[in-house]
Design a protein around this ligand. Sequence first.
Ligand code: SAM
Length: 412
Amino acid sequence: MKIPWCRRRLLVRRQLDRWFLDLPDAILRHMTGRGDWPPYSLRSFVGGANSFGDVGTTFLDEFWRLGLLRRGTRILDVGCGCGRIARALAADQRLKELGIFYTGMDVDRDNIGWCRSHIARSNDHFSFYHADCYNPTYNPQGSTAADAYAFPHPDSSCDVILLTSVLTHLLEQDLSNYLAEAARVLAPGGVIYASMFLYESLDDAAPGAARHGIPFPFRHGNCAVNCEEYPTNAVAYSEAYLRTLLARLGLETIGPVMYGLQDIVILGKAPGTWAESEPERGWHALEDGCFRWTERTFAVRLRGPVIRKPVLRFRFYLPGVLIEDHGPLRLSAAVKGLPLRSVVYDTPGEQLYVTEIPEEARTEETIVIDFELDKARPPSPSDWRELGLVVSFHESSGRLRRPLEPFLLSQE
Ligand SMILES: C[S@@+](CC[C@H](N)C(=O)[O-])C[C@H]1O[C@@H](n2cnc3c(N)ncnc32)[C@H](O)[C@@H]1O
């Protein structure tokens, strides 16, 4: 497929759109109640300029359905464009109440400028930054190659990472780096939501087969591209290659690939990337993968590579009735008889216990952590769920069954 020169040169195309189309588009938008949309010169780069609002809402509905949005969720939208998804999230009253945090990043300065002044200005939970990463269309002056770009976020700091219509523009080395970076910044139990052009075999991506309405006739290593002289215009991968890459990065697909105009893959950290945990003693199973302690002592066995300065993070849920009836609860822990931190919890709900593991216990691949509560209540058939401290190893919400990794042993 031949792409005209002016379409390829972003600045030229955008300038022409600005001169000739933005004004009539603005008048039309104001007449049709779409005054808060970005101008045509930005919108036209994210597919159908007129479906901008509907596509944003469709994504939002999908995120709700999949159970991705919850209290305090930290979202990173990689390649956020001109805010198609951010605008829908920012307008949702339920999300305001949940206090989600959203960060959008893009290589396109114009997009980031618009999102900052129109979305972030009135939402202090929304922020945007420019990634000065080379892209032949969107950032031809970029200082870092996409295959070497490090997301400026700490490890395990995002719960949901969006990559919509972005991996569809990345060649093999760039894709590998972006997924590795996404895996690094993804918090345990977090989810990567990405769209791609996927084929069983790249032979199926050639003209004629064109399941996505775009043929990919040119092979480029492990991917196939739509246009040889402008390869990042559209890039397709085989599912087999993607799965090999995911395994190497410690990621796995959650649920089946959802095939469509672009194919949606939902990814999480594969168990074992950190430390695997299994109940050792004193556990009471509520249901598959969900446990409650009614005894005062219990233990967990952690298995994983020997790491320097390991820190244990333990997430659990403290039912209100325990505190209301018995007052604050103290949780203590020990490893090999060595005492770890002891913490008092006086509020119900989600809790986090964090402690360093002492030098003497770091030398083996398996360690057993002994926990002790200063109070507990026996199970009761009527309100068995409410009476003890609860930990879940995975969670089913919407169509997703997500690993939660309540015990995380990571390097400080
Ligand atoms: C088709 S748009 C999709 C925008 C947005 N994700 C959406 O679904 O509305 C592709 C976006 O990816 C951005 N992009 C391209 N290469 C990128 C890279 N290496 N890093 C971050 N963003 C990139 C482009 O600037 C563009 O805004």
